[in-house]
Design a protein around this ligand. Structure first.
Ligand SMILES: C[S@@+](CC[C@H](N)C(=O)[O-])C[C@H]1O[C@@H](n2cnc3c(N)ncnc32)[C@H](O)[C@@H]1O
Length: 313
């Protein structure tokens, strides 16, 4: 499965921008951004975390949103500005301390070079009113992930990279606490999949637990707000990793998680009313786990004694 690439392949920022350019083009062709937009409730001003090569930003603009994009990588910013300008989108690059309440009035996209994990940016971000935070496919900034894991980039493991993505997702939640008003959303897209023997139900409940723990109050995430889409293989000419090696024999997925900020309605498991389709494309070809096999949740118990209990008779 060489097309899946390698975890932790250290890249320069320029190589990262180049390879993500290829991967994001594939996501466009596969319809992944269009599908993600379908999961997103009505919104006007979006804070986008990580613009990459600008394909996601372009998708948001085409859906009628204004975007304040934060991006760490100067090469990605260059590519985003170039791509958007070529398509006639009004885009402006601003230093973070130049953000002002009217910044999005004159343009469709503002792009700021900043690290989302740097809490010093918060006061500046509060200048611009946003009603959604979007964090699609954050992937990894190798140098930043190395800093977080206190390791050399070459030594990063699959777990370090996952921890990095989750640190960014958690940070989106923290930012939303001060930036978002009640009733608005954080939308996270990640890549994942089923390991050998996994099931859609199990993957859904794992994602639910994971994001409830990462985001916490006042966010509400329910199973209805978690959607899966089968994902195509990474383009062969991109070094970007798409899915963990454990999913190679399983089903790679795009995972969409919508979390509602809800101070008033914080009942775990209570349904959220949203205007999105939140459609789950039926997943076929999901490998089945045998009743006497170990449960894929990692408990060490047999499936029939663990998550497979409800199917036993
Ligand atoms: C895999 S790309 C995805 C880009 C885009 N959201 C998309 O879906 O096409 C992730 C982007 O997030 C950026 N990024 C990663 N960590 C970041 C951080 N801490 N702060 C700002 N940007 C970050 C990377 O530089 C990269 O361009």
């Amino acid at each position: 499965m060489s097309t899946l690439g390698q975890f932790g392949t250290p890249m320069t920022e320029q190589q990262y921008a180049e390879h993500w350019g290829k991967s994001s083009t594939k996501h466009v062709h596969d319809g992944d951004y269009a599908w993600l937009l379908d999961q997103l409730p009505a919104s006007t001003n979006v804070l986008e975390v990580g613009s990459g090569s600008g394909e996601s930003t372009l998708a948001l603009v085409r859906a009628g949103k204004k975007v304040l994009a934060l991006e760490l990588n100067a090469h990605c910013i260059e590519e985003t500005v170039r791509k958007l300008s070529d398509k006639g989108v009004r885009v402006r690059m601003l230093p973070i301390d130049a953000l002002a309440p009217m910044s999005l009035d004159e343009v469709e996209v503002i792009i700021v070079q900043a690290d989302i994990l740097d809490i010093r940016i918060d006061t500046h971000l509060r200048q611009v009113a946003v009603d959604t935070i979007v964090c699609w496919f954050i992937g990894v900034a190798p140098s930043r992930a190395a800093m977080l894991a206190k390791k050399q980039a070459e030594a990063l493991t699959q777990v370090d990279l996952e921890n990095y993505r989750h640190a960014v997702h958690k940070r989106c939640g923290d930012l939303g606490r001060s930036l978002l008003v009640d009733g608005t959303f954080i939308h996270i897209a990640d890549r994942g999949g089923f390991g050998n023997g996994g099931t859609e139900t199990l993957a859904r409940s794992e994602a639910l637990e994971q994001y409830e723990n990462l985001l916490r109050r006042p966010y509400i995430v329910t199973v209805r707000q978690i959607a899966f889409r089968p994902m195509g293989l990474a383009p062969t000419d991109s070094k970007m990793t798409y899915v963990a090696p454990s999913f190679v024999t399983g089903v790679p997925l795009v995972i969409s998680v919508l979390a509602k900020k809800s101070e008033s309605d914080h009942q775990p498991g209570s349904p959220i009313t949203v205007t999105t389709r939140a459609a789950n494309i039926p997943l076929t070809d999901v490998p089945k786990v045998g009743r006497d096999q170990k449960c894929p949740c990692g408990s060490g118990k047999k499936y029939k004694k663990c998550h497979g209990q409800s199917t036993n008779n």
